[in-house]
Write a protein that binds this ligand. Structure first.
Ligand SMILES: Cc1cc2nc3c(=O)[nH]c(=O)nc-3n(C[C@H](O)[C@H](O)[C@H](O)COP(=O)(O)OP(=O)(O)OC[C@H]3O[C@@H](n4cnc5c(N)ncnc54)[C@H](O)[C@@H]3O)c2cc1C
Length: 320
């Protein structure tokens, strides 16, 4: 049993889906103790009670309008010290992986980043964390109070959650207007496609695509599946797609329920970014491609034949 505080990220006035996953898991782990959501800025918090939050702490300040590492970490430290939770959870997003260790340091506590499971251990809540590019997993226990964990998206199945009251309390954080950082502008990626690191389905292409134009073969199946589109580094380096689509050691780490790798050989650096995917489907015309050793389902074939077949089957399913 633990009191758990969940940092809920928001974007353009909405709480991100990762908060739902974290609150659901927090509800389960709290086992009757308190689950508190903390939200910075003016996002709509009305659904957080239904997702399991007993209480929602909101913090409003000019310095919290955009992500500012110093202001955010200080505000989170102040909320943590006020609430005294046993555990602090946040998403292992780009923001979360920066914020949680900073706030933990300010609270003189420890943080395990990018964990993929949380469970009750002998010394309170412990985590499972992939290491060495996902080649092994470690069980991590933290002996500080509180314990901070950032959790990789899609680590937990969304199920029925016992709703909390979701009572909203405003917290007045004491923040310095001059933190030394100034965020002038946040430039969105320019499209409304599903963000890779949060996607529960991803279809990715590699060098085999051959051109930027041919990457459009993924647009329709991605739309039908509500999937994000990813790429290998070879495809990015060849200029077929931008770097923000790269999956792997020097790209993004993803953890979807379904990862479809098309014309990707399965190099260790690519696997480093997607090997924790729940179901991996590989499409490759070389039956000996290393990706097949990691795939749940393998299709030996030409992606330019297989992907249109997949698209046409998806269309049938969607129109049924
Ligand atoms: C320090 C470092 C960091 C790196 N970081 C990353 C990273 O973050 N992400 C990453 O992806 N890579 C990374 N790499 C590169 C990595 O080592 C591989 O070179 C890269 O992943 C290969 O991309 P690929 O699978 O698309 O290309 P290839 O290895 O060339 O594989 C192409 C595959 O397509 C198949 N194929 C060809 N035509 C078809 C077709 N018509 N239909 C179906 N299959 C077809 C081939 O059989 C082959 O298996 C890194 C490398 C280094 C050294």
């Amino acid at each position: 049993m633990s009191d758990i505080l969940v940092f809920c990220e928001s974007a353009v006035g909405s709480i991100k889906g990762s908060a739902r996953e974290l609150l659901g898991k927090a509800r389960e782990l709290a086992d009757g103790d308190d689950v508190t959501a903390v939200v910075f800025g003016d996002a709509d918090t009305s659904g957080l009670g239904a997702w399991g939050a007993d209480k929602v702490v909101t913090v409003q300040h000019d310095s919290l309008k955009h992500y500012n590492p110093v202001a955010y970490a200080s505000a989170l430290q102040q909320v943590v010290e006020d609430e005294s939770p046993d555990v602090v959870l946040g998403s292992a997003s780009v923001l979360g992986k920066d914020l949680l260790p900073r706030a933990a340091a300010l609270c003189e506590a420890s943080c395990a980043s990018d964990v993929t499971d949380l469970r009750e251990g002998d010394d309170g809540i412990e985590a499972v964390r992939p290491m060495y590019s996902g080649k092994c997993v470690a069980t991590v226990s933290i002996d500080s109070d509180p314990k901070f964990f950032s959790v990789r998206a899609n680590s937990f199945v969304l199920g029925d959650v016992e709703a909390g009251d979701g009572d909203v309390e405003e917290f007045d954080a004491d923040l310095d207007d001059d933190s030394g950082y100034e965020v002038f502008e946040i430039i969105a990626s320019g499209d409304d496609k599903v963000e890779l690191t949060e996607a529960s389905r991803i279809i990715s292409g590699g060098r085999a695509l051959g051109s930027e134009e041919k990457f459009a073969i993924f647009d329709e199946p991605a739309r039908l599946m509500g999937a994000a589109i990813g790429a290998s580094r070879a495809a990015v380096d060849a200029g077929y797609c931008p770097h923000n689509m790269q999956v792997g050691q020097t790209g993004k780490t993803v953890n979807p329920n379904l990862y479809i790798a098309c014309g990707i050989s399965g190099a260790i650096q690519h696997l480093a970014g997607m090997r924790t995917s729940k179901v991996i489907v590989a499409v490759n015309k070389d039956a000996d491609a290393p990706i097949f050793q990691h795939a749940t389902y393998g299709i030996v074939g030409d992606l330019f034949e297989v992907v249109p077949m997949l698209t046409s089957e998806l269309e049938k399913v969607m129109t049924d």
